[in-house]
Design a protein around this ligand. Structure first.
Ligand code: SF4
Length: 400
């Protein structure tokens, strides 16, 4: 992704209007205008600013989008200003991401799975997925994450990876329960096809906890073998290894042990996801979804483990900022304005994942308007509000 750094004098900070629009920008605006229809919800327009709110950087695509909106006559354009403590790699090439949800079939049966009610939806066909990959290239995605359900149980997984490589994706990732990677020849074949990034779903630090969550005996030992096989391959090949952990009532008291387990196993890119209470988690809400107040001390202990071990990426996702004051640099939503994701699934297309999630799935309380984190924080899941209400949310004021 190309990022331009604009000089302060190029921008009229008061109105956010650029002083000049060159011809190159004009032609980009014209093509942008064809894609944007009036009446659509506007994604926010983002700037980076220093602590005195003087604009230092703009994302090029945000800048172009802004110009296009202006020309279409939109009057209000959201602008989020962040301070320098936001740890953004402006040259990070892996920030335009295509997420390919290949289908909802899986060889695990996790208790919290938000896809559980969708198993009967047919998997996306090979032909449709190849088309999705070409569309991702048109959207300038250079990172594709192939997931399910479970993507490794598809017969065409090697072909999808090979084609993604041929099309020019730089980072080709699968998100997997890791069980089939316990077979080394299978893993090698994936890597030979072009796979260079693997995110393992790890929901416990031992077999008892992980297998209880996945409802498949032996899933942890296969996962561990798959992880070890991948680490061996990563010694000789360029393979990024990451992890996702879904936080539920079943594992939250063990988050520090899970953190230690990930560190011990050399994982340097971990996301901890506060369970999305849809699908199976909604069906068993009270058994699976902890209250924020109960969860927060364990999350802090978990984050401290990543911080003290200097793990480069160690983030909690979908958790309100008011329970992590001082830890906000470790909350994924702080960075989502700078990442663009396009999702294709068997029954949907979502070209603005973060924005639609905020509108459709998340909710905040009236008191959030007073909070210093209001710009970034998404509040809680709507299903959480239905069950537990919003009284826990407590605005953090500047200077607190
Ligand atoms: S009060 Fe609202 S905006 Fe502030 S951190 Fe909590 S949920 Fe987020």
């Amino acid at each position: 992704m190309k990022i331009v750094k604009l000089k302060l004098e190029d921008i009229d900070v008061g109105t956010h209007t650029p002083k000049h629009i060159d011809e190159e920008h004009r032609s980009k605006i014209e093509s942008m205008k064809k894609k944007i229809k009036k009446g659509h919800t506007l994604p926010p327009f983002f700037v980076m600013a220093d602590k005195n709110s003087k604009i230092k950087y703009r994302r090029l695509d945000g800048f172009k989008r802004y110009l296009a909106y202006k020309e279409l006559g939109y009057e209000k354009i959201d602008c989020i200003v962040v301070d320098e403590s936001t740890n953004i790699d402006l040259d990070d090439k892996a920030q335009k991401k295509l997420v390919l949800i290949t289908g909802y079939k899986c060889n695990n049966n996790c208790r919290f799975c938000y896809d559980a009610n969708k198993r009967s939806i047919p998997n996306r066909t090979t032909k449709a997925l190849l088309k999705d990959l070409t569309i991702g290239i048109k959207y300038n995605c250079d990172y594709v994450d192939i997931l399910g359900g479970e993507p490794t149980i598809r017969k065409d997984i090697f072909l999808l990876i090979k084609k993604a490589k041929e099309m020019g994706y730089e980072r080709i990732c699968i998100t997997t329960n890791g069980r089939l990677l316990s077979y080394n020849p299978f893993l090698e074949k994936l890597i030979d096809a072009g796979l260079n990034s693997i995110i393992f779903s790890i929901h416990g630090h031992n077999a008892e906890l992980h297998d209880f969550q996945t409802r498949v005996k032996g899933s942890f030992s296969q996962l561990l073998k798959g992880l070890n096989n991948t680490q061996e391959q990563a010694k000789i090949k360029d393979i990024q290894i990451g992890s996702n952990t879904t936080i539920t009532k079943l594992n939250y008291e063990h988050l520090p042990q899970i953190g230690e387990f990930l560190v011990k196993n050399g994982i340097k890119n971990s996301e901890f996801i506060f369970v999305d209470p849809t699908g199976e988690a909604y069906n068993n809400f009270k058994d699976l979804v902890p209250k924020i107040t109960e969860l927060s001390p364990y999350i802090k202990k978990l984050l401290d483990i990543g911080i003290s071990n200097k793990i480069p990426h160690w983030h909690i996702r979908y958790f309100p900022f008011c329970y992590l004051d001082g830890y906000e640099n470790y909350i994924s939503e702080k960075y989502s304005p700078f990442q663009k994701e396009v999702h294709f699934g068997p029954e949907f297309t979502n070209l603005d994942v973060d924005e639609s999630r905020k509108i459709i799935s998340r909710v905040k309380a009236p008191q959030c308007a007073l909070c210093k984190f209001n710009n970034f924080c998404e509040g809680v899941w709507k299903e959480y509000e239905k069950q537990y209400g919003l009284k826990e949310l407590r605005p953090i004021k500047n200077g607190n």
